[in-house]
Design a protein around this ligand. Structure first.
Ligand code: BT5
Length: 254
């Protein structure tokens, strides 16, 4: 906690002239050269900051995935978190994750890159992970964290926008696009939460054999339901609904 407070005091609140014309997401942008984790800082700042405030850093020294997994965040990527107060219950957290994933896919599209959502929180390009989403909610506030590989080196098996396009991509343009798409997706989430699930579904890798890691469930990932649960049909015909949480899927060999 002391670390956080020091950081909060030292924080450089840079008003970036990004010409953002968003209504909520990006109303305020807090930029840091380095931070342990934008999600952790956003959670702390959420006590005072309005919704829509974005924390973005050039690099994270302790970027996190789910269940304490590490998220590699060297300079060159977009590592950001946004503070949101959606009028939803905690069971709707998957919808916030999908909102992030949809915004990332739409951002990639703008740069000519076809991306797909891998349930529940990954975005893949050419079958490799280009982005990860981490939504953490508590008492009406959700911190939506997004890590998107742009020009940064990536871990084995992952991919960056630069890898796909063959040259450096202007990081600020990617950030600005992502903020605009997040703002749109957030309006949609608030007005018609079900449509975010539909949007995510239309961009999701479905109809393929999967293994739910650590759960002894194997079958075809057929669909997602209105709560964002993954519907898996086992070879026996039995249908299992996998709840978003700490679970991951692995694509199985056909
Ligand atoms: C995620 O977790 O995919 C969520 C990642 C969220 C990162 C953002 S960055 C801004 C904000 N602040 C944070 O501290 N976090 C958020 P999960 O599904 O648990 O996947 C983690 C796994 O992805 C790791 O175990 C690695 O296998 C892999 N991985 C780590 N770094 C990666 C990278 N840069 N690109 C692609 N894959 C990576």
């Amino acid at each position: 906690m002391k670390e956080f407070i020091n950081l909060a005091v030292e924080i450089r609140r840079v008003k970036i002239m990004l010409s953002l014309q968003t209504s909520i997401v990006g109303r305020k942008v807090i930029y840091l050269r380095e931070v342990e984790s934008t999600n952790d800082l956003a959670k702390l700042l959420a006590l005072h900051e309005d919704e829509g405030t974005v924390i973005v850093a050039d690099r994270q020294t302790r970027g996190r995935g789910r269940i304490g997994r590490r998220w590699e965040s060297p300079e060159g990527g977009v590592w950001m978190s946004v503070i949101l107060r959606p009028p939803l219950v905690l069971e709707d957290l998957p919808k916030v994750v999908f909102m992030g994933a949809v915004a990332v896919v739409e951002t990639l599209e703008k740069f000519g890159i076809p991306g797909k959502v891998k349930w529940p929180n990954d975005v893949l390009v050419e079958g490799r992970k280009i982005a990860g989403i981490l939504a953490e909610g508590k008492a009406g506030t959700v911190v939506l964290g997004i890590g998107l590989n742009v020009n940064n080196p990536v871990p084995e098996g992952a991919i960056s926008m630069k890898d796909v396009l063959g040259s450096n991509v202007p990081l600020v343009d990617v950030f600005r696009t992502l903020i605009a798409r997040l703002d749109e997706a957030y309006s949609l989430l608030k007005e018609r939460p079900a449509s975010i699930v539909e949007k995510a579904k239309s961009r999701m890798i479905l109809g393929v054999p999967v293994i739910v890691v650590g759960e002894d469930i194997e079958g075809i990932a057929e669909d997602i339901d209105e709560f964002g649960r993954l519907i898996v049909r086992k070879p026996s015909g039995e249908v299992v609904k996998v709840v978003y949480g700490d679970l991951s899927i692995r694509f199985a060999q056909r």
